[in-house]
Ligand binder design. Structure first.
Ligand code: SF4
Length: 456
């Protein structure tokens, strides 16, 4: 293996970073704190610290503050700091010994890192999966089945006069969504902002009644509490009402919602994991029925287009989860849960998704690019993960519940390194390097692993 071909950390830093002046303000920064990817943020740095984040968003500010001070070593072997080249060498050895490796994560990375992860998985004949399998995977399966009438957030801002949040609480998960795109924003055909729109919240009974539209308040015009796994029934009622089927036991709020839907000029429904993550229980084991609920909702939205314009959008969570879908699609033809062990890509959620591969003990090494969703794996999957070789590539200060064999700490895209991220509506936006850093990027580490794997 030619280790001299591996770029040094200093070279990586020079390639990706621009030298900032001290006490500077960076404007039009894109924030990867959630799927809104707001690109109007101003960040003021005092030396290496953030002293101001505008406009106010506690989630976005904490995302930048969590990553801005980084003291972790670039590379560790079994928890002990080591030279980068030695860590690459050891990781390469592990990769070559593995029969069926798994590459998992990618959502807190960026397009260059995601592309490099797919290249490594392809070369190794690995399975590759993203965090979508732990969140909106059922939504992806639903839209593959029935299609999706969709839109950009700019279209929502300019046109939507009926906005429905179904199974999501935007004030908590996407704090500026209502202000910037969907509720209070003034657009070309929504000149009065909030007064130009009707807003509906549908969610879990006992919780949705207290939800607000944004962190600074705002109540919906109509709130529909849903009993656990009652979403499908309400969607079915709405589809029947739309067709004119006489129903006797439909609640007044559901009838009201149907009238709002039929009479709006442009409607949009944003749905979250409260719908896509719906679970029924089969004995002790959760049976995820989210894809059935989402498919029914997408069919309702398609049918509404016979009487007005109606669209649907997933509320994607933090980082570049939409980018991970997109990059896997470009590279393999499938968005998540892909197996390349036969030399060509195969797709089967449940069979090739990370949690299930680990539960069934089918993989013998895991490369984790961003470990933030590992705590949501089942206990069996987490226990098995701790028993096999692991190579973790993660941001500074990222918590980890076990010590991996090899750990690389990498530059944060959008703070230390330039890249591309996809907003929740699949619009790609550039991420800028705002600070200097000695960390390599995900792309650097994964490319060095690929080079080592090829040359070893
Ligand atoms: S809403 Fe999301 S993307 Fe926008 S500033 Fe807040 S955390 Fe960042």
């Amino acid at each position: 293996m030619n280790l001299f071909a591996v770029p040094t950390i200093c070279e990586s830093a020079r390639r990706n970073f621009t030298e900032p002046a001290l006490n500077t303000t960076e404007t039009h920064v894109a924030c990867p704190g959630c799927g809104c990817l707001c690109d109007d943020v101003s960040l003021t740095f005092d030396d290496q610290h953030i002293v101001a984040f505008e406009p106010r968003c506690a989630l976005g500010e904490s995302w930048f503050r969590n990553h801005v001070v980084a003291t972790q070593p670039v590379a560790e072997l079994n928890g002990i700091a080591t030279a980068y080249e030695a860590a690459i060498q050891q990781a390469t050895k592990l990769l070559r010994r593995a029969d069926y490796p798994l590459v998992y994560g990618l959502s807190r990375s960026s397009s260059p890192g995601q592309r490099a992860a797919v290249a490594l998985a392809d070369r190794m004949g690995a399975a590759i999966d993203t965090t979508a399998s732990m969140c909106h995977g059922p939504s992806i399966m639903a839209l593959q089945e029935v299609g999706e009438v969709t839109c950009t957030l700019g279209e929502v801002r300019n046109r939507a006069d009926l906005v429905i949040f179904w199974g999501c609480h935007p004030a908590a998960s996407h704090p500026r969504h209502a202000d910037r795109y969907s509720v209070f924003a003034k657009g070309r055909f929504t000149p009065e902002g909030r007064d130009s729109r009707k807003v509906v919240m549908i969610g879990e009974a006992g919780k949705v009644e207290d939800w607000q539209l944004s962190p600074h308040g705002g109540a919906a015009d109509l709130v529909i509490p849903v009993s656990p796994d009652g979403d499908f029934e309400i969607i079915s009622q709405l589809r029947a009402l739309l067709r004119g089927t006489p129903l006797t036991d439909v609640s007044e709020p559901v009838r009201h919602l149907m009238e709002l839907m039929k009479n709006c000029r442009y409607g949009v429904v944003f749905f979250g994991l409260g719908l896509a993550g719906s679970r029924m229980w089969d004995d002790e084991r959760p049976l995820n029925t989210g894809h059935i609920h989402v498919a029914a909702l997408l069919q309702l939205v398609a049918e509404l287009n016979a009487v007005t314009r109606f669209t649907a959008r997933r509320m994607r969570l933090q980082g570049d989860v939409s980018g991970a879908d997109n990059v896997l699609l470009w590279q393999t033809g499938y968005p998540f849960a892909v197996d390349i062990s036969r030399g060509y890509p195969r797709y089967n959620p449940g069979e090739f998704s990370a949690n299930e591969l680990l539960e069934r003990r089918e993989t013998d090494l895991c490369v984790i690019v961003g470990a933030e969703t590992i705590p949501y794996f089942s206990k069996a999957a987490r226990d098995y993960l701790k028993s096999i070789p692991t190579i973790v590539i993660d941001y500074p200060n990222a918590p980890l519940e076990f010590i991996p064999n090899v750990r690389f700490t990498t530059a944060v895209y959008g703070l230390h390194a330039a890249g591309t991220a996809y907003r929740m509506d699949n619009v790609p936006l550039p991420l800028r390097a705002l600070q200097t850093s000695n960390y390599p990027t995900d792309e650097d580490v994964l490319t060095d692993l690929l080079t080592g794997f090829r040359n070893d």
